[in-house]
Design a binder for this molecule. Structure first.
Ligand SMILES: Nc1ncnc2c1ncn2[C@@H]1O[C@H](COP(=O)(O)OP(=O)(O)OP(=O)(O)O)[C@@H](O)[C@H]1O
Ligand SMILES: [Mg+2]
Length: 240
């Protein structure tokens, strides 16, 4: 198996705080891989470091055979890695259509291609098409999450990294978002998803890694992890 994404020995710090302490994992083309872990485990830092938003102190990120550890985020995007950050960051004062245009910024010289791609996004998310002229800030939480995902899809990423896309959503809406993630994979995009909602995520993912204090402590096929007593105790306990 040649990995589309290969992360090895990643160390990331915020000042004296070591948020990643030798993180290693890989994602094969076509997979849905989940990174699970409780608050502060380093999940967001992992995605930010992989996508070039945060500079690694040590270790390596290889994407599609190329070492991207030293590249800036906008360069990593052009190589085919999309990133939907934590907290559905849409531009509230811009319309749905304008938010999507911003997602296609690195291809701005080809306006027609961007507009064609936007139409494809509207087909994928009919709700966004119906509301294309509405201000993003007036959309529901679930709709804003769809918009954030749609924006990341504008440049046709080969790998889409999603940071807690169901956070703060009602259970039914969360289900819909996860179904969309599955559809995106079925259309050929590899998925790396970070979630605290282990229960639903393990049903969606092919494989999963469990993070604690900046490193992997468990990994395996998602169906096996869902049965693992350690995972059950820590992440699937009483609350579900
Ligand atoms: N900007 C920052 N400055 C200093 N420390 C930070 C910063 N961001 C994160 N940290 C620290 O790094 C560690 C990992 O944080 P991170 O946000 O990656 O965790 P997480 O797994 O995404 O948590 P959550 O589930 O709460 O989103 C934590 O100890 C956190 O306090
Ligand atoms: Mg986080």
């Amino acid at each position: 198996m040649t990995a589309l994404l290969e992360v090895s020995g990643l160390v990331s710090r915020y000042g004296q705080v070591a948020a990643l302490q030798g993180l290693s994992f890989e994602v094969a083309e076509g997979e849905i891989v989940a990174l699970l872990g409780s608050n502060g485990a380093g999940k967001t830092t992992a995605l930010r470091t992989v996508s070039g938003l945060h500079r690694a102190h040590a270790g390596k990120v290889v994407f599609d055979g190329q070492d991207v550890s030293r590249l800036k985020a906008h360069k990593v995007v052009t190589l085919g890695m999309g990133h939907v950050p934590e907290g559905r960051r849409v531009f509230p004062a811009l319309t749905v259509a304008e938010n999507l245009l911003l997602g296609g910024y690195q291809r701005r010289r080809d306006r027609r291609a961007i507009q064609a791609r936007r139409e494809e996004i509207y087909e994928m998310f009919p709700r966004l098409g119906e509301r294309r002229d509405q201000l993003a800030g007036l959309m529901s939480g679930g709709e804003q999450q769809m918009l954030a995902i749609g924006r990341a899809l504008m440049h046709r990423p080969r790998l889409l990294a999603l940071d807690e896309p169901t956070m703060g959503l009602a259970p039914q809406t969360a289900q819909r978002v996860l179904q969309v993630v599955r559809d995106i994979r079925d259309q050929g995009t590899t998925i790396l998803i970070v979630e605290q909602n282990a229960h639903q995520t393990l049903r969606l993912a092919d494989r999963a890694y469990v993070m604690e204090t900046g490193r992997i402590v468990l990994d395996g096929p998602a169906a096996e992890l869902a049965q693992d007593p350690r995972v059950k105790a820590a992440y699937l306990g009483g609350s579900v």
